[in-house]
Design a protein around this ligand. Structure first.
Ligand code: THG
Length: 369
């Protein structure tokens, strides 16, 4: 049994923490120095319910970095190798962020709120300091800070029905990765059709912590007949769906191309982006290792809290970085970084678990969606 983590001010609570506690959250992780629930009933029960009904997720840890001012667009393009010239107000774009060597610093969703205003909805790394330093170092005319904005996700097959009850029928018209502004008790909030699952749904960017619990309670009350429950990003479902987790499946050691995010890079045309020269090289030569879906044979694997070596005989040819038993596919589903010599579909590999046991595993063609 793992010891508990001591709470303190550094480990930030969220505007929804009261609701999460009342709903019986059983475990948290730490993400952007903030609480992120990981288990309510059990990871498997949460998974089955997410695929059948609708859940409300406290994902306030997806912190926003706001860029505001005449140089906001210029700074945004410096941060990512994705060509942002086609991005319009009301769109969300998945944007790799890299350092000068082409190493992944974060994989956020960017929202264009206005020509001179963006939110960067970050994964788990201290990106604010990088963005502030870039803005200051280049003497850009832009304000960079973390506003009081906390995403609350509504995910699952009944997400449209639930969101429509609370925010009005118009939310149903939102297209994937688009957002609009919606009223709740006299205040306006950004709502996007997005979220860290493959079940569909919305993310409400709750502006002002004081609105957190009223919105949480309204969703929970409106969803009673739909069997709405508190939930959280689900390990099994996100591995099945191939949603990558920064810090787990990728780090600064990886380029976007190794992460399978080359399709979100336009290194030739993303003029001014940091890491352009390094990425032009990797885009030309191609990566020598890449993220792959992997099935691991045998009984349910333990939690993947350290990389698991992928072996071919005595040679390490990669590592598994996320893994879980999938009740629906009746196999262990996993995400790993695999060398070019072994990344082809149907390649047989061995995975070494922390207790030293070796499991047969197979490289898959696609994720399980
Ligand atoms: N939503 C918001 N902020 C976030 C996340 C989120 N910040 C942290 C983390 N998640 C960032 N990482 C991801 C990873 C994948 C996706 C979103 C954020 C995602 N990807 C889809 C895919 O890969 O198919 C869609 C990409 C696209 O088509 O543009 O949704 O979940 N607010």
């Amino acid at each position: 049994m793992m010891a508990l983590i001591s709470p303190s001010r550094r480990l930030r609570r969220t505007p929804f923490s009261e609701g999460v506690e009342a709903a019986g959250c059983k475990a948290y992780t730490v993400y952007n120095h903030m609480l992120l629930p990981t288990v309510f009933a059990s990871v498997q029960e949460d998974y089955a319910h997410l695929k059948r009904a609708v859940q409300v997720w406290d994902v306030a840890c997806e912190r926003q970095i706001e860029l505001r001012g005449p140089d906001a667009g210029r700074l945004m393009q410096m941060l990512t190798p994705r060509d942002l010239r086609g991005m319009t107000v009301g769109q969300c774009w998945y944007v790799p962020i890299v350092d000068e060597t082409g190493g992944m610093l974060n994989d956020p969703v960017a929202l264009k709120l206005a020509e001179d205003r963006y939110w960067v909805s970050i994964a788990d790394s201290d990106l604010l300091m990088w963005v502030k330093a870039v803005a200051y170092g280049w003497r850009l005319e832009v304000l960079v800070d973390e506003p009081d904005v906390s995403p609350l996700a509504v995910q699952g097959p009944l997400a449209d029905a639930l969101a429509a009850r609370v925010f009005g029928e118009a939310v149903r018209n939102l297209r994937f990765f688009r957002f609009g502004w919606f009223e709740f008790q006299g205040a306006s909030h950004v709502i996007a059709r997005s979220g860290y699952s493959r079940q569909g749904g919305f993310e409400i960017y709750v502006e002002g912590g004081q609105h957190g619990m009223p919105i949480w309670n309204a969703l929970m009350n409106a969803g009673r007949e739909m069997d709405v429950r508190a939930g959280c990003p689900n390990l099994i479902e996100r591995i099945e769906g191939g949603l990558l987790s920064y810090g787990n499946d990728m780090t600064r050691e990886n380029t976007p191309h190794e992460c399978g995010l080359g399709k979100f890079c336009n290194t030739q045309t993303a003029i001014g982006c940091i890491g352009r020269d390094a990425l032009l090289r990797v885009a030309r030569d191609g990566p020598v290792r890449q993220v792959r879906p992997i099935s691991i044979e045998g009984p349910p694997v333990p939690g993947c809290d350290r990389p698991w070596p992928i072996m071919d005989g005595d040679d390490q040819v990669g590592q598994v970085t996320s893994a879980a038993w999938s009740p629906d596919y009746e196999t262990n589903v996993a995400i790993g970084m695999v060398r070019m010599t072994h990344w082809d579909f149907a390649t047989d590999i061995d995975v070494v678990l922390p207790d030293g046991t070796v499991r047969a595993a197979v490289v898959q063609k696609t994720f399980w969606i």
